[in-house]
Design a protein around this ligand. Structure first.
Ligand SMILES: C[S@@+](CC[C@H](N)C(=O)[O-])C[C@H]1O[C@@H](n2cnc3c(N)ncnc32)[C@H](O)[C@@H]1O
Length: 219
């Protein structure tokens, strides 16, 4: 296994590149999401934003930042990374004070311990089994703390599925997606703590362990 090989299938990356201009409809309940029945979604988005705003960090990395919908609420000096040029273009327009880099989540183009906080929202759940530990190791190499936000387990979805997704232009895509219980996510991060356990979202946090002689976090 090449531990530095990029994560996330090419087809899923292409899907997000194509979705960039309509992506925020999912957060805002507009466009194709206006007709979705999502009770308490807007209130929980506000709760999530409040949680994100409470995270203390002088230098913060948002991995797979997308359109920077959540990035804008992070603290400190902010760097956002995403593989999609179209997502990065929207993010730069939204948050001109931050630095946005079109780059990979694995490997991340930063030195060890470059950030106090590494944040990743709705990215971890797209990673296949063998990709997860590589992402976690990389996030905890460049950051002292990792906060992961993802989709909450619900009765109407499987914990893991390949979903059919249709975009406004009629194109159809297949996306690998997981749903989490909050304790389950915290456990997967390596014994982290739960920050949010909602109907739609979960969030968990883990601190980097002590570093080995080679400088890598030991878990
Ligand atoms: C579901 S979106 C989440 C966007 C944002 N974090 C949010 O919560 O609104 C997933 C994002 O992951 C990005 N992505 C997928 N694979 C990536 C990779 N290997 N490296 C960096 N970004 C990646 C996509 O381009 C997309 O913007």
């Amino acid at each position: 296994m090449d531990i530095a090989a990029p994560v996330v299938a090419e087809s899923i990356r292409a899907y997000y590149e194509r979705r960039a201009d309509e992506y925020d409809d999912w957060w805002l309940g507009t466009g194709s999401f206006a007709a979705r029945n999502r009770p308490s979604w807007p209130d929980e988005v506000v709760e999530l934003i409040t949680l994100i705003g409470s995270l203390r960090s002088r230098r913060t990395l948002d991995v797979a930042c997308g359109t920077a919908f959540l990035t804008q609420h992070l603290g400190g000096e902010i760097v956002g990374v995403d593989q999609s040029p179209a997502m990065i273009a929207v993010a730069r327009e939204r948050l001109p004070t931050a630095e946005f880099i079109c780059a990979e989540a694995v490997p991340l183009p930063f030195e060890d311990e470059s950030f106090e906080l590494v944040f990743a929202s709705h990215f971890y759940g797209h990673l296949l089994t063998e990709e997860r530990s590589r992402f976690l190791a990389e996030a905890l190499r460049v950051g002292k703390q990792l906060v992961v936000v993802d989709a909450a387990q619900r009765a109407d979805v499987s914990s893991e599925e390949w979903q059919r997704r249709e975009l406004g232009d009629g194109s159809v895509h297949r996306v690998y997606k997981r749903y989490f219980t909050a304790p389950g996510l915290a456990r997967e991060l390596g014994g982290g703590s739960v920050l949010h356990a909602g109907r739609w979202f979960v969030a968990a946090s883990i601190e980097a362990g002590p570093r080995s002689d080679s400088g890598h976090a030991v878990r």
